[in-house]
Every structure is written in structure tokens, then in C-alpha cells.
Design a protein around this ligand. Sequence first.
Ligand code: AMP
Length: 435
Amino acid sequence: MSQTLKAIQPLKAVRGTRDLLPPETELWNHIDATARRVFARYNFGEIRTPIFEDTQLFARGVGEETDIVSKEMYTWEDKARAQSEKAQSLTLRPENTAGVVRACIEHKLGEQGLLQKLYYIGPQFRRERPQKGRYRQFFQIGAEVIGPPSAGSESPLRDAEVLEMLATLLDELGITGWRLLINSVGTPQDRPRYIATLRSALQPVVGQMCADCQRRAETNPLRVLDCKHPEDQPIIATLPRIWDSLDEESRAHFEQVCEALDACGVPYEHDHRLVRGLDYYTRTTFEFQHGGLGAQNALLGGGRYDGLSEAIGGPRAPGIGFAIGEDRLVLTLQAQAETARADRADAYIAPMGEARNAMALGLARELRAAGLRVELGDGSFRLKKSFEIADKLARKIAILGEDEAASRILTVKDFATGEQMKVPWAELKAHLLPH
Ligand code: AMP
């Protein structure tokens, strides 16, 4: 008697995680290599910290009240396996700044009185609701400048230098149309003052706001400023600005950052609502945004964290850093390449040898009559030259050589996919139509 075999369901990647496949991985490697090259010019060195850490690091470093720590961490109890070990609560890193600062403290990196300039590239983990540009495992490219105040770690020049480096990196990657938003969230002394002002301003109006804002107004009123609900925007516009709660020193610091950016020609906008989601920020906060990303429009974020080292048990070591969402860089570059391709001609017809010119003109006429955008080469061009020109002007090249003319089957190459195929003359129109 034959037994019916139950079909085994194939397993899939976990929700919010993704496989990165070729040829896309080439783009990832290109981004990594460009970042490493730019960081090296600013004299940064690479640090690699563990992917999991003691849960306490994030609780103390990032802040218990933040969304990341309160809702999004992958945490587990690691049982003791030997008498010499203790059970420990561990967490997959949701961000890398706390880990880098922990490593600086552990290895006494600031002891020689110098600034530490460190960068990292690697995966981070947050249990967020997955959507385009937001994943549960995502990659960040980040850097930190940290050290004793005597090394100049508090100087506004450091902030401006980091921002200028980011502008350079985005430009070198070919990302166009980015916007830099900056703000100051002041010192830990300024913040409670502002939060108190904000709470009382929210009291009479919060009832008209969205459910999230009503909750945030209780737990973490700064987060109300992040609300994206269109109906809440007119109310948020009337709330007091953090700038009015800053002390003279914080204001002067911010103004000096702006002056340095002006001096080196990096464009920015002062966004009074940019408070960001991590508790450790002090003074400067910033975000680079890109319109092509939709709702998840932050390409990268960062800021100053002058108290973080002390919060996790280290010496006074002010610092500034950022994390770029590499997944979002990839999405932006892919969208840009798509737009650039959409701007090209549908086809470049390359006659091989002058004897093919007349036939090529006939073919171009036929395709143009069908509404296609066509560039016509010249039979005097060598194959290599035809390819080079076509790659700049068109999405596809159609080669019309002696064999093709005889068989009326053309060789067509798609520059986006690298695919080369034979297409009968009669099918060329349909083949070349943009999808
Ligand atoms: P944060 O560490 O929250 O300051 O985020 C820094 C940058 O990392 C953001 O601007 C995003 O580009 C990226 N990022 C943060 N969370 C995610 C996520 N869940 N998926 C993809 N990218 C993310």
C-alpha cells in the first residue's frame, strides 16, 4: 500500500529579514567600499563590536523609555552553562553607538587624550513593523568621534566636520537631492525645562490629537514632535520650540556649527522639531532625508551624545556620531538608476559596416513610427564604440550586422540586466517597448 507523502512546506526567511542576492550585492559592496574610502580620508578607523550585548547596555545607553528599548529589542535570557557562568539577559544590538562607546571604555581608548574616530558597518535588529525601507534586520554604516573634552570632543567644529563628511559621502555615492536637517536638543539640564513647558502646552490640546500623541504626551512628550498625522500638524506647529528652552551655551554651540557649515558650503535647514528617538542625544541632532524614500524618508540620523559614556559607567567623553541606513541608500540609488534609465532612448541601433546604414535607417524609421525613441549609430563605428555610446544614451542596443541583416534576427542587449538575446525583426517593436 502506498503511503501519501505530505508535501513539506518550504521554509521562508523570517518576516522583516531579507536575502540580498546578486547583482544587488554588488551595489552593497560598492557602497561599503565608497564609505570606507571616504572615512579613511577623514582618518577614521574601523571597529567591529559583537552583534549581541548585555541588555543593560541598551537600557542605560539608549534609554528605557525609548521605543527601541521598550518595544523593539530582541532580548533573551541566556542560561548559565557552567557554574562559572551567570545567567544573563542578552540583546541583539538595535544600534551600534552604545556598543562602540562601551568598547572605548573597556579598552581605555581615550586614555592617551586623543579623539577616537571609529566607523562600523553591520546589521542591527529591531522588532519594527516591516514595510518598504523598514526591516527587522537592517544594515547601518556609522561613525563616532569621541574623546576627552581636552581633545576637543565638544567643539562645534567636530559636528560640522562630521556633517561635511556625510555630505561628501552622499555626493560621492551619487545620491542627489538630499536634505540636511539640523537642530539642537540642548543639555540634560535644558531638556527637563523644555519637557515641562511642552507638557503644559499639550494639556489643553492633546485631546484633539491622535491616539499615539495622547499616549506620548504622557510617556515621552518629545515624541509628539515626530507625529506624522496630517490632522495633528496645525496643533504641533503651535507648540513651544525647544530653542526657547536652551541655555546660552547650547545656542552658541549650535550657531557655531551653522557658521562652520556655511563656511564650507554644506546646505542645511534648521528643523525645530527634530528631536530624534534616542535618549542619549545632547545639543546637535541631525538627519539627512531623501524624498524618493516615501514614508521612511530618513537616510541617516545622528547627533551629539555628551553624557553617554558616563551613563554606561565610563569617564567623561563627549562625542558625536551618526548611523546611515544602508538599506535605504540602496533603495535610493536603485530608484535614481531607474529614473535615469527611464530618461534614455528605448533603443540604439548599431549598424555594423557602412553597407548596413541604409537598412538601419529603415529600421529606425519603422520603430520611431511605432512611437519608440530611437538613436541611430553609424556603420563606421566599431562594435566597442557603439556599445559605449549606446550605454550612455539608450536602455538597449540592437546590433545590425551582416548575419542579422541576412537572417532578420537582431542581437539585442539590455544594459540594466546585462542580458543579451536574439530578437526577430518583426518582434523588435514589442520587445523594445518600455514596461
Ligand atoms: P537610528 O539608529 O534610529 O537613529 O536610525 C538611523 C538610520 O538607520 C535611519 O535614518 C534609517 O536610515 C536607518 N534605520 C533605522 N531603523 C531602520 C529599520 N528598521 N530598517 C531600515 N533602516 C533603519
